[in-house]
Design a protein around this ligand. Structure first.
Ligand code: ADP
Ligand code: ZN
Ligand code: ZN
Length: 739
């Protein structure tokens, strides 16, 4: 007969960062009082052969698993939960919405140091304070040691512990005296959290123009309540100035501000502008910081010792002691979408977070995403418009350059070359944009037509002459550049197509007297090199700036007056319905780099499709008009935001397994589908093979978000029962942005 389980036995449900859709049961640790087991604390638990850091979700009386088979929590890592109930609620929501395991979602909220189980303790320094004995003793009792007497008096007058800096300020040679007082046990050592010193601001607030003032007033009027503002303004229209004036008012209420940016390279620029403006402690969080620096920044927001955090996507979940405002700049930028593991949209989750916290959120951009414009139309977001460039900057002029039948030299038409020459003669800078790095995307044999393909991917190898190599941009495979065709041994290998490296060489020949700077992932890989290049450009130590999308983002090049997109056509023909929107945003963003100061800029688009409706609408009527047309097209095709999608991606080493698995998934879906959700596929992924893995996908689309999500819930419950699921890796992407 089995003994009935004692009612006092409790089971802890732990969220562990592993890709399984469930919580794990553990027994409470023997040596810990159960009152310490508060939901939200981190715990260290044995898992498989190792230990993992998890989060305690709840305590239950029963487990499905017999108690004797349960392991105990090894260590309780936090005395108090680090995340507030609100934050936990948000993470639960995100786990449900994205159908992603709670443990992995929770891990995203913590900085790496805390994920690894480190103590939640920020940067500390030594400081000194009176012992009990020291508090009682009269300084006169130290009459024969006047230095010690004076130092004791100093401690007795001070209300806080004193650190080395404070003691040095009092007297230069304080160490000996301190040692004497410590030997007498009058003073003891303690630890003091290092709190970021608020900067001393030097920049005055500018006088806002009427549109800016309207935006500032509207946002500030919504303080203390949930509201989403879409702040639309071209580059240079003064959005950052609006942010700063709103932040100023939020700071006056002693509330905190979370600012999210798409790129780490933009963080230092903005941080510097903020430091010149605010006398408040500012921290930043991005991948170039050390684990400890990020931990400190996180804890300072959590404890309320810092007021402003600037960070990238991963800073979204930083706990805020006194939340006041969220700002998300360049809201259209696709880097706000995490594309691996827990695939979430930082923009969408930030809006939900603001709603939970009852605070306003500002989404800023020159080129709003179609989703956000739709939300404005539905009156869920409020549009604030800054129509003109602030200050004296003038709008750039656009020109569609028809290159059909024109002489063209390595991607540069004669007309463009002469425009570049004219600009350089005026001592102004030129910016050339081509979204393809390397020398050329294809190496082909002139004798037999052989093309160098990646063995592991469905892709061509890209020529990198500088390193004398062929590289696959999808899996990293590389080899030295062949001199002879591997198929027919001919020496006639040709470079087909253009990359930034090739344009750089052409420019060096055409403009030998000028300095060319190339900015792409190959030239900026080393830490700090992008910053160096940017400084060089702003010093005027570069005449032609050539680069990939890296250039389109936010950087300020005041002396650039000519910007050219060398190849817009390749963006016009894509199977992904997002591509028109992305291309339009890219064009406007690149244009935003030209003529930001008092000089008028010119933007040239080389194309063989000068009558393409997208280009014509965009250039003759502007981004808003383009967006209206694009939204209308989406409405007619019932594409997002007029429907909701989820993409099931599958890959495996075996060529057949993904399709077999997805066929089984489709059968399950047909059985449980109440009817309205479309199940499209399975089809091979746009890149059917990558890094040796065969890839397939299945798209689900519904006009009813609720219906789609309940279908996904039921599917996930069943998917692990499908026998073929053991032979593949699958992941679900809710609201996918690349199909
Ligand atoms: P955005 O963030 O939209 O690109 P910024 O806020 O950086 O625009 O402003 C662009 C430039 O215009 C900056 O140099 C800024 O100092 C200046 N500026 C912004 N607002 C004003 C204003 N109200 N008066 C004068 N100059 C302004
Ligand atoms: Zn050949
Ligand atoms: Zn490859």
């Amino acid at each position: 007969m089995t003994k009935p389980q004692s009612a006092s036995v409790k089971v802890c449900k732990i969220a562990i960062p592993v890709p399984l859709h469930r919580l794990f049961d553990y027994l409470p640790p023997d040596d810990v009082d159960s009152s310490q087991l508060k939901p939200g604390i981190r715990v260290s638990v044995p898992f498989g052969k190792s230990c993992k850091t998890g989060v305690l979700i709840e305590i239950c009386r029963h487990s499905e698993i017999p108690n004797r088979r349960l392991k105990a929590i090894e260590k309780v890592l936090d005395a108090q939960p680090l995340l507030s109930q609100q934050d936990m609620r948000l993470l639960h929501w995100a786990s449900r919405y994205y159908h992603h395991p709670l443990g992995e979602v929770m891990a995203t909220a913590f900085p790496v140091a805390l994920r690894k189980g480190k103590a939640a303790q920020g940067q500390h320094e030594k400081a000194y304070c009176l012992s009990e004995k020291g508090e009682l003793v009269q300084p006169e009792q130290l009459q024969r040691a006047p230095k010690q007497q004076a130092m004791l008096a100093l401690f007795q007058q001070s209300s806080t512990p004193l650190n080395a800096a404070a003691l040095s300020a009092w007297q230069r040679n304080w160490r000996g005296t301190l040692k004497a007082l410590r030997d007498k046990e009058l003073v003891t050592e303690t630890r003091l959290a290092v709190i970021p010193a608020p900067p001393t601001p030097a920049q005055p607030t500018l006088k806002a123009n009427p549109q800016q003032q309207q935006a500032i007033d509207d946002i500030c009027a919504a303080r203390g309540e949930f509201a989403v503002f879409l702040l639309e303004g071209v580059t240079g229209s003064g959005k950052t100035e609006v942010y700063m004036q709103v932040i100023d008012q939020v700071l006056q209420q002693d509330l905190q501000i979370l600012v999210l940016l798409p790129e780490i390279t933009l963080t230092p620029q903005l941080e510097q502008r903020f430091r010149q403006r605010f006398a408040a402690p500012i921290v930043s969080s991005h991948s170039k910081l050390t684990d400890n620096e990020r931990l400190n920044a996180w804890l300072q927001m959590q404890q309320g010792t810092a007021s402003i955090m600037l960070g990238t996507r991963s800073a979204l979940f930083t706990p805020l002691k006194n939340p006041g405002l969220i700002i998300l700049d360049e809201e259209h930028d696709s880097s706000f979408k995490q594309q691996e593991g827990f695939r979430f949209s930082a923009r969408d989750v930030a809006v939900v977070r603001a709603r939970n916290l009852h605070i306003p959120i500002v989404l800023g951009t020159a080129t709003p995403s179609l989703e956000s414009l739709y939300n404005v139309k539905q009156k869920r977001y409020r549009l604030l418009h800054l129509p003109k460039r602030a200050g004296n900057a003038i709008e750039p002029k656009f020109q569609l350059l028809d290159i059909r039948n024109k002489k063209i030299q390595d991607g540069l038409s004669d007309l463009l070359i002469s425009e570049i020459r004219k600009t350089l003669e005026k001592q102004e800078q030129v910016l050339l944009f081509l979204n393809r790095r390397g020398y050329a995307p294809v190496q082909m044999c002139h004798s037999c037509g052989y093309v160098s393909r990646c063995r592991r991917c469905d892709a061509n190898m890209v020529i990198h002459y500088d390193e004398n190599r062929l590289r696959c941009h999808h899996c990293g495979a590389e080899q030295s550049l062949p001199r002879q065709c591997p198929a027919c041994q001919s020496g006639e290998l040709r470079s087909i197509g253009l990359g930034t490296e090739r344009i750089e060489k052409t420019l060096a020949e055409l403009f030998a007297a000028n300095k060319v700077v190339r900015l792409d992932r190959d030239t900026t890989q080393r830490k700090g090199s992008l910053e160096n290049y940017l400084q060089r450009i702003n010093r005027g130590d570069a005449d032609i700036i050539l680069g990939t999308q890296m250039l389109a983002k936010g950087h300020h090049f005041p002396n650039v007056t000519l910007a050219a997109l060398l190849d817009v056509d390749s963006g016009l023909f894509s199977t992904d319905f997002h591509s028109a929107e992305k291309l339009a945003q890219m064009i406007v963003q690149v244009a935003g780099r030209a003529g930001r100061a008092e000089k008028q800029g010119k933007v040239i688009l080389q194309t063989r499709q000068p009558d393409h409706p997208l280009l014509v609408t965009l250039l003759s009527k502007g981004y808003q008009a383009f967006a209206r047309t694009a939204l209308e097209e989406r409405r007619l095709a019932l594409l997002p935001p007029f429907s909701h999608q989820a993409l099931l991606r599958v890959h495996a080493m075996n060529a057949e397994a993904p399709q077999v698995f997805l066929n089984a998934v489709k059968n399950v879906l047909t059985a449980i589908n109440p009817g309205k959700t479309l199940v499209l596929g399975p089809v091979p992924a746009p890149m059917a093979k990558r890094a040796g893995q065969f890839r397939f996908q299945l798209l689900l689309q519904s006009e009813q978000r609720k219906e789609l999500h309940s279908l996904l819930d039921r599917l996930i419950a069943e998917i692990e029962q499908i026998p073929e699921s053991k032979k593949v890796r699958w992941s679900l992407d809710v609201d996918p942005v690349d199909l």
